[in-house]
Design a binder for this molecule. Structure first.
Ligand SMILES: Cc1ncc(C[n+]2csc(CCOP(=O)(O)OP(=O)(O)O)c2C)c(N)n1
Length: 641
């Protein structure tokens, strides 16, 4: 589908074209940019509200900065659609997040304007500081370094660590705090309340106007202007904030809050900030979803709404026929069911109430479910603290975000053998969000930790049974990983029952080849089996269910009976379930031929889950060919190529 950009936007193929515009054109350009994002995202999907909220800021930044020489770093990057469109990617923007198309996040390999690869939050200040220190080292003192970070992303420890360092590094870094009071869900925590108190304080706003008077007029006021800025800053510190400005305390010079939708004002402010040396923070107030009424009203829903009718705002749903639930919803509902029976259960999510469906428990039992902000490390150690007191935390973290909290998992939970249940959502190939979000490594990085139990359900019923099992007494640290998206059972709400730890399931007996799977991807193997059966090939299928501890009895059965074994996992091949099976084989002196299917040792880009499973060679069709290859090889005693 062709999208018609507005009169100004259609001529912007790089920031150089943008700079040709008059300042008075920038409002119109912002309108056109906003419309273009609405047009494309409504048809092709993607993140929505965040980019709409920073349209004016994006235009102003590229108007004022000399990108890409000046370094602009977007935090998370889900708000960088306007940036992509203004930096030469307008015509390809409709391929955003599709297989082979543009990445949904800034990516260094994609454009010289994308200074730092992102997807996970709160990295921007550290990265921009590194760039600023490097510029200083190279003598490039004219270079600007700007991190744009949301109030949600600012809640993470990493952002605080960077502020702490930047304050003394005295480098030329400008942090733009894009404050819209939202994370994906409403932002939480004391910092959020602090920011709100700054932006609503009457006396502060009077001074803000004074600052506003000077910022944007430095060129007019001449050499005395910088002195004047200092004086006003001092009076703010002295009289209004009583030295209590958080950022000032960290040795940042704090400016703002300014209206992030006033593009002219932003341009002037940014121009002036270029001339103020050292670490600075500009507090910008924006509205998430700005300009699209429904998105402004229900900001969580419109964070990433899927496809929608841009005129009516109706979000397109797939056919009305009943479909299996999402794993996350099975998790959310089952957790409440269990928590009603077991009063030790507490729910924890780091900033993903809707994404993980922890919001179901937050609504049903607000006193027993916590959103702790974008703070995975804290979420894990907070859970550990709860567990020391006999409570039973269900800590739900996306598999790829759990990478942040690895030390906490080992040091705070596993070493003390604490009873924390980690529910890892989005495990395996995550799809359109791409490599930053694929939950590729958890099987490998969890199974090497002593005291850990690591399991993955093949369907909804299994997820419920694993959750039920994990809350039985003294289970120690317990990982349950499951993928993004739907399961396979429409009638999923079966009574729960305990599963013996470290036991798998034989799904069907067979001959010649044994397939061993873990988790939901086992359903691809089931599909493959049906196809193979029609061709007279009958592989056995085992669902290993636990990668730690292994079902040794089952594996002895497999290796005693089968000379050809295929392992299949939606996770990294290196160190994952297949590796565990090979270790078992070596330890017990078996010598079967084992083929391991899973995520190969390379970065897998974005696309639909099914496309990427196929690319990695473990969708049903690939499994069929692999098993056929092995069957032929058995008959001819050579491996077919
Ligand atoms: C480490 C990590 N945890 C969680 C997320 C999921 N996530 C993506 S955007 C977002 C909210 C960010 O809020 P904010 O920085 O305020 O930006 P806004 O969307 O409001 O513009 C979250 C929690 C992530 N990307 N990275």
């Amino acid at each position: 589908m062709d999208f018609e950009p507005g009169e100004l936007l259609k001529n912007i193929n790089s920031p150089a074209d943008l700079k040709e515009l008059k300042e008075s054109d920038l409002e119109q350009l912002s309108k056109e940019l906003r419309q273009y994002i609405v047009d494309v995202v409504s048809v092709y999907g993607g993140h929505f509200g965040a980019s709409l909220g920073v349209v004016e800021l994006t235009v102003a930044l590229h108007y004022v900065l000399n990108t890409p020489y000046d370094q602009l770093v977007w935090d998370v990057g889900h708000q960088a659609y306007g940036h992509k469109i203004l930096t030469g990617r307008r015509e390809s923007f409709h391929t955003n997040r599709t297989y082979g198309g543009l990445s949904g996040f800034p990516k260094r390999a994609e454009s010289e304007y994308d200074t730092f690869g992102v997807g996970h939050s709160s990295t921007s200040i550290s990265a921009a500081l590194g760039m600023a220190v490097a510029s200083g080292y190279k003598g490039e003192h004219d270079r600007q370094h700007v991190a744009v970070i949301g109030d949600g992303a600012m809640t993470a420890g990493l952002a605080f660590e960077a502020l702490n360092h930047a304050g003394i590094a005295n480098s030329n870094v400008l942090v733009i705090l894009n404050d819209n009071c939202m994370s994906i869900d409403p932002n939480v925590g004391a910092l959020k309340e602090y920011l709100t108190s700054i932006s609503t304080s009457k006396s502060y706003n009077r001074f803000r106007d004074d600052i506003g008077y000077v910022l944007g007029k430095i060129s007019e006021l001449g050499p005395d202007a910088l002195g004047l800025v200092k004086k006003i800053e001092k009076s703010i510190k002295g009289t209004v904030l009583k030295n209590s400005n958080f950022f000032e305390a960290l040795k940042f010079r704090y400016f703002g809050p300014v209206d992030g939708h006033d593009v002219k004002r932003l341009v002037k402010t940014l121009e002036d900030l270029k001339d103020i040396p050292g670490p600075k923070l500009l507090h910008v107030i924006t509205v998430k979803g700005k300009g699209y009424a429904l998105a402004e009203k229900d900001q969580t829903k419109w964070h990433a709404p899927g496809l929608f009718d841009k005129i009516t705002g109706e979000i397109k749903r797939s056919a009305a026929t009943p479909t299996p639930p999402k794993y996350q919803d099975v998790f959310g509902n089952t957790l409440v069911e269990l928590a009603e029976l077991n009063d030790r259960i507490i729910g924890i999510t780091p900033a993903m109430p809707s994404g993980s469906s922890m919001n179901i428990m937050m609504k049903a039992m607000p006193e027993r479910a916590f959103d702790v902000g974008i703070a995975e490390q804290h979420a894990v150690t907070f859970s550990a603290g709860l567990a020391t007191q006999g409570l039973l935390p269900f800590c739900n973290i996306y598999s790829s975000f759990m990478q942040r909290a690895y030390d906490q998992v080992i040091h705070d939970v596993a070493l003390q053998n604490l009873n924390v249940v980690f529910c890892l959502d989005r495990a395996g190939i995550a799809g359109a969000d791409g490599p930053t979000h694929h939950g590729a490594y958890d099987l490998a990085y969890m199974r090497c930790i002593p005291n850990m139990t690591v399991a993955a359900p093949m369907n909804e019923e299994e997820l419920r049974n694993l959750m039920f099992t994990a809350q039985l007494d003294n289970m120690g640290p317990f990982v349950i990983r499951y993928p993004r998206g739907q399961g396979v059972m429409i009638d999923w709400k079966k009574p729960m029952k305990a599963i013996e730890i470290g036991t798998g399931r034989k799904i069907c007996d067979g001959e010649d080849v044994a397939i061993i799977t873990i988790g939901h991807i086992g359903n691809e193997a089931s599909k493959a089996r049906l196809i193979l059966n029609e061709e007279g090939i009958h592989p056995a299928h085992y669902d290993l269910r636990f990668v730690k501890p292994l079902d040794e009895k089952m594996l002895h059965e497999v290796f005693k009976k089968f000379k050809q074994v295929v392992t299949i996992e939606d996770g990294a091949i290196e160190g994952g379930m297949g590796s565990a099976v090979l270790e078992f084989m070596a330890d017990h002196n078996y010598s079967s031929h084992v083929v391991r299917l899973g995520i190969p040792d390379k970065i897998v880009e974005h696309g639909e889950q099914a496309e990427l499973w196929a690319e990695c060679g473990y969708d049903a069709a690939s499994i069929v060919s692999e098993v056929k290859r092995l069957t032929v090889s058995k008959k001819t005693n050579t491996l077919a190529v």
